[in-house]
Design a protein around this ligand. Structure first.
Ligand SMILES: [Zn+2]
Length: 238
């Protein structure tokens, strides 16, 4: 078999690889003429995408198979669970998601914002597909010492006052409190179902809790870490 490096050298357009890997992870290998179809989809019939003497259907199949095992594209959800569960076991930070603002400069004084990694806080997350899990958030502080602004994910605080970012809806999550985050897609679904289905928010919350349950173990790591998390224990969407 050709070395991977030799196969990669024969590819002049790397979009061929992402298309090939997409096909490889979505279509069962047992499908008729798998290698031929994989190669056609990946190259879109564009002969210039590969130097044909080095990359053919057979070698491209070998390349895709190796890259899939290298990047483990098929098991990303399993990996997510593994990472999350390991972080809960470790008992320090929930790594289901790490929420940090993308903003780089202070809206008040224009100075640089820096991530305050000594102030990581765990948050309970409610998600459309993954149910309840533990994530964490990292605030950013202004490098101007006389400036009181702290930029959080989706909102900022100045002293005791809290303001939502004007673009919070573009985020994947809404931090409704310092310790609770909602998947924005879940909120949109709730909104539509409450409006069209004429359900109360309480009924929707009961449906969610019935579907996903509530894993009290998830909060244990947080309870061990911070005293005031007692409020969160046993709390469901209400
Ligand atoms: Zn500032």
């Amino acid at each position: 078999m050709k070395m991977l490096s030799a196969l990669l050298r024969g590819i002049t357009d790397f979009s061929v690889i992402s298309r090939g890997l997409y096909y490889f992870t979505h279509i069962p290998r047992a499908f008729p003429e798998f290698g031929h179809r994989l190669f056609s989809f990946a190259t879109k019939g564009n002969k210039d995408a590969v130097t044909c003497d080095m990359v053919n259907e057979e070698s491209f199949l070998a390349l895709s198979s190796n890259l899939v095992s290298l990047y483990n594209l098929t098991g990303s959800e399993d990996l997510w669970k593994e990472l999350h569960d390991a972080s809960i076991k470790e008992g320090i930070y929930g790594l289901g998601v790490v929420l940090i603002s993308k903003k780089t400069t202070c809206r008040l004084c224009g100075k640089q914002l820096t991530a305050k990694t000594s102030r990581v806080v765990n948050v309970m997350v409610y998600h459309e597909n993954r149910g309840s899990f533990m994530g964490c958030r990292i605030p950013k502080v202004c490098s101007n010492r006389s400036c009181k602004l702290i930029q959080h994910y989706g909102y900022y605080t100045i002293g005791e006052s809290k303001f939502y970012d004007e673009d919070w809806q573009e985020n994947d999550y809404l931090l409704s409190s310092g310790k609770t985050a909602f998947d924005i897609k879940l909120l949109r679904k709730f909104e539509v179902e409450i409006l069209l289905g004429k359900l109360s928010f309480k009924e929707k919350a009961d449906i969610y809790n019935e579907m996903y349950g509530y894993d009290a173990l998830i909060t244990k790591a947080e309870d061990d870490r911070e005293e005031d998390c007692k409020k969160e224990k046993g709390r469901s969407v209400r």
